[in-house]
Ligand binder design. Structure first.
Ligand code: SF4
Ligand code: SF4
Ligand code: SF4
Length: 789
């Protein structure tokens, strides 16, 4: 069946049209926007939702998960009425209070995140259309993927089939972001809950944009297509052959780097030059060319890697690029090439000049770098420059200054003022380490390496201008040379067949949960904590999913046999497996998998049916996101996209910097009532999941919370018993006792884990536990089968 929907413009023209009543010559009719689309599912209630279309669902969520604000300061300085003091219930000149102001700031951050991903998607789609045409088909998994764009189908109600179709979806995203941003203007929205609803909307739009960006590049650039056996690739500085010219690529948009790879292949230079990446460009380079693309490490390795002196040419595209890389490149005599109009770095635009002329200018030192927007030209200039420069720079690698005496002499300049420590986000004991280094003992400096996030704030604060990062690098030279790991490159989407296989076990609870480790790498206590958490849950046979810099961190530690977790655990979407979906934009496959479980396994309609699917996920799919080192505004918008879908997110010790949490109050029985869809009665289900956004101070607290947040109202007794086994087990492991709130999660006796039955039964008796009903849970009145009176 086909039907007409509003889409592209339609024009009819003819030399002559004759009917029985009239004739027309040389006419043309434009019929607005029409196109033909196949009817694939009945259209749900909210196609292309506006900023208030899903407000009722948001209010249901926010009634249960109330915002708890943690302001950085008491002032609002956003307009010239101010600054206004909002402390102690005061209101600003526009009438805004502190809760409104804090939620407004969160919304601004999420708009920045969503705009960044949407602009990234727009750039990718435009450039890929230029190369492959509007009719290039979307194909992200061939026969294994029937539901290719679950988020777009859910939100917009359309099924994109070609690159050209993706442009229409981006038009919608851009319009929504403009609307959301306008709501933050002085004298618009004032209610904090309505601001929070708009935060959710920004997050939802963010996930649509993520999906559009990744399905475009997977389809056109032939990335791994939903492949659980995507190649294992090199990760770590130790894998780089420093005898070859080295091009370092930083950012998130792979298009310029594809120009470099293509130039290398077209000119038979494969094996003669190293192309290494940081942050998400690294993942996408390795997805484009697993053979050539190597990964240095996450975003926080930028300064650390540059200070090794290894890169000859540094290519920056967009997002998460250090804004002063031009100065850093200069320090090591490397060349910087900027490639994005969003990140011009103050460089001259040489896009239109001849490539050889640009190379000459760069090599002769006239300019420190260039701005080049043309992908092919970036490829040619980067490769030629690196090849010419590398022999001259060889003595600068691996570190510009090699002598140990130099470290001692630098450390001796330290005045022990501890300005560096006050500036350090991780409170590292730099002054203490300097004292030892000044006596020739570098062990303390080297110990800091694993905990340093490479932000450079210590150097900025140091009154002696000590190159603290370089000193740490130098002290850790052996560690750096041994950084040789293997990780599985991003596989992209989850197959429909995988969803069919595990959907039942996830919904019934017999697979205890799906845990997604996402976000940036500014860990408070080093990356090892992430690896420990991942390993714990893999051993417990949860499904562990990863993306972006977190996925890199997971590959940066080896077990006693010298294997990383990627070598130890399979890459399927199944119990006890480790799935790397890819870069930040591949996070869409994680939310997409949750949506697909509701659609493929439970056969719920997807098309523009957001509330029903989110209600399904919240009540039935035990999924939790963990952003242990989350940092950017993009991380905030990604998290809010998960919240609106009913997926809780846990952040690490820096999490309070997000300024607010979304916390459930487990003691408020009223908050945990749901409808039983079979009877319409309201039933108490306990605090499941207890929070929507939670900051954990330690990895132990996080692990207990992960196990707890995987519980869902729909768990069968068998599933709940499995989930409780992990919750109780982890709680006891770290705190030594049974969790006080255990009675809230036991509904019937069959929920009690068999191995702890006697102990838990007597604990429950002590606490006056009462049996509860297990409903067919929903928060949506309209989903009740029997009418409520
Ligand atoms: S936006 Fe409102 S609270 Fe903020 S400075 Fe202006 S008047 Fe004051
Ligand atoms: S670069 Fe490292 S040591 Fe320096 S302030 Fe940042 S985290 Fe601390
Ligand atoms: S700021 Fe500089 S001088 Fe002061 S303690 Fe730190 S390294 Fe030493």
């Amino acid at each position: 069946m086909v039907k007409l929907v509003e889409k592209g413009p339609l024009k009819l023209s003819a030399k002559l049209l004759e009917t029985s009543g009239f004739s027309l010559k040389d006419f043309e009719i434009a019929i607005g926007k029409l196109a033909i689309e196949e009817e694939w599912e009945p259209l749900g209630p909210t196609p292309f939702p506006s900023i208030a279309s899903l407000r009722d669902w948001d209010h249901i969520l926010l009634k249960r998960y109330k915002p708890l604000y943690m302001p950085f300061c008491d002032l609002c300085c956003l307009c010239t009425f101010g600054k206004c003091d909002l402390s102690r219930d005061k209101r600003g000149a526009c009438g805004l209070n502190m809760a409104g102001q804090q939620s407004r700031i969160v919304l601004i951050a999420c708009c920045i995140g969503a705009a960044t991903h949407t602009a990234h998607a727009r750039d990718l789609v435009e450039k890929l259309i230029e190369r492959y045409g509007r009719d290039h088909p979307i194909n992200i998994g061939g026969e294994y993927i029937y539901v290719e764009a679950p988020i777009t189908r859910l939100v917009c109600g359309i099924k994109p089939k070609t690159l050209g179709d993706l442009e229409d979806v981006l038009d919608y995203c851009e319009k929504q972001i403009a609307q959301l941003l306008s709501a933050t203007h002085t004298g618009q929205e004032g209610d904090n809950i309505d601001f929070e609803s708009k935060v959710f909307h920004a997050g939802m739009i963010d996930h649509v944009a993520l999906e559009i960006a990744d399905i475009a590049q997977i389809s056109a650039l032939n990335f791994p297509k939903a492949d659980p056996e995507a190649p294992l690739i090199d990760l770590g500085i130790g894998n780089i052959d420093i005898s070859k010219p080295v091009i370092m690529c930083v950012g998130h948009n792979v298009i310029p780097t594809t120009g470099i790879i293509d130039y290398i292949l077209d000119n038979n230079l494969d094996g003669k030059i190293e192309v290494v990446g940081l942050c998400c460009t690294a993942w996408d380079t390795s997805r484009y060319s697993p053979k050539i693309g190597k990964i240095v490490g996450p975003i926080s390795w930028q300064l650390r890697f540059i200070r090794t002196g290894i890169p000859d040419v540094i290519i920056v595209d967009e997002q998460c690029v250090r804004t002063n890389l031009i100065e850093e490149a200069r320090k090591i005599n490397a060349i910087l090439i900027a490639t994005s109009d969003k990140n011009c770095q103050g460089l001259p635009d040489l896009t239109k000049e001849d490539a050889n002329d640009v190379v000459n200018k760069l090599l002769n030192g006239g300019i420190p770098g260039a701005l080049i927007f043309d992908r092919e030209k970036v490829g040619e200039v980067a490769v030629k420059t690196a090849m010419a420069l590398a022999p001259k720079r060889f003595n600068l690698k691996i570190f510009p200054i090699k002598e140990k005496e130099w470290i001692v002499s630098q450390a001796k300049k330290c005045k022990q003022c501890r300005e560096c420590e006050r500036a350090c986000p991780n409170n590292l004991q730099i002054a203490f380490a300097m004292k030892f280094a000044s006596n020739g003992d570098f062990s303390k400096l080297s110990n800091l390496y694993d905990y340093c996030v490479g932000c450079g704030r210590c150097e900025s604060a140091c009154p002696e201008d000590l190159p603290i990062i370089t000193l740490m690098n130098k002290a850790s030279e052996e560690t750096i040379r041994e950084e040789k790991f293997k990780c599985r490159t991003g596989r992209g989407a989850i197959r429909d067949t995988e969803i069919r296989k595990v959907g039942r076990d996830i919904v019934l609870g017999t697979i205890p949960g799906v845990i997604a480790f996402v976000g940036c790498a500014n860990y408070a206590n080093g990356g090892r904590e992430v690896v420990e958490m991942v390993e714990e849950f893999l051993k417990r046979r949860y499904i562990v999913v990863a993306s972006g810099c977190s996925a890199m961190t997971i590959g940066m530690y080896k077990n006693s046999e010298g294997k990383t977790l990627y070598e130890e655990y399979p890459g399927d979407f199944d119990a006890g497996c480790l799935v790397n979906v890819g870069s930040c934009i591949s996070n869409s496959h994680i939310s997409g998998a949750a949506i697909k479980i509701a659609n493929i396994f439970a056969k719920r309609n997807l098309r523009a049916n957001y509330k029903e699917i989110a209600d399904y996920i919240l009540n039935r799919i035990g999924a939790v996101g963990v952003a242990w080192g989350a940092m950017s505004q993009k991380a905030a918008s990604i998290a809010s996209g998960f919240w609106r879908l009913g997926v809780p997110v846990i952040v690490g010790p820096h999490g309070s910097k997000y300024r607010r949490m979304l916390l459930g109050r487990k003691e408020n029985k009223e908050d945990w009532m749901v409808y039983d869809a079979r009877t319409g009665e309201k039933v108490y289900v306990g605090p499941v999941p207890e929070h929507l956004f939670y900051a954990a101070e330690t990895k132990e607290e996080a692990m207990v919370m992960i196990a707890k947040l995987c519980m869902r109202a729909n768990d069968t007794p068998q599933g709940r018993a499995i989930k409780l086994t992990h919750y109780v087990n982890l709680y006891r492991k770290f705190y030594g006792v049974l969790p006080e709130d255990l009675p809230m999660f036991v509904r019937v006796e069959a929920d009690i884990p068999i191995t702890m039955k006697d102990e838990i039964v007597s604990f429950l008796k002590e606490k006056g536990w009462e049996e509860k009903v297990i409903p067919d849970p929903t928060l949506l009145k309209e989903k009740v089968v029997k009418k409520i009176g």
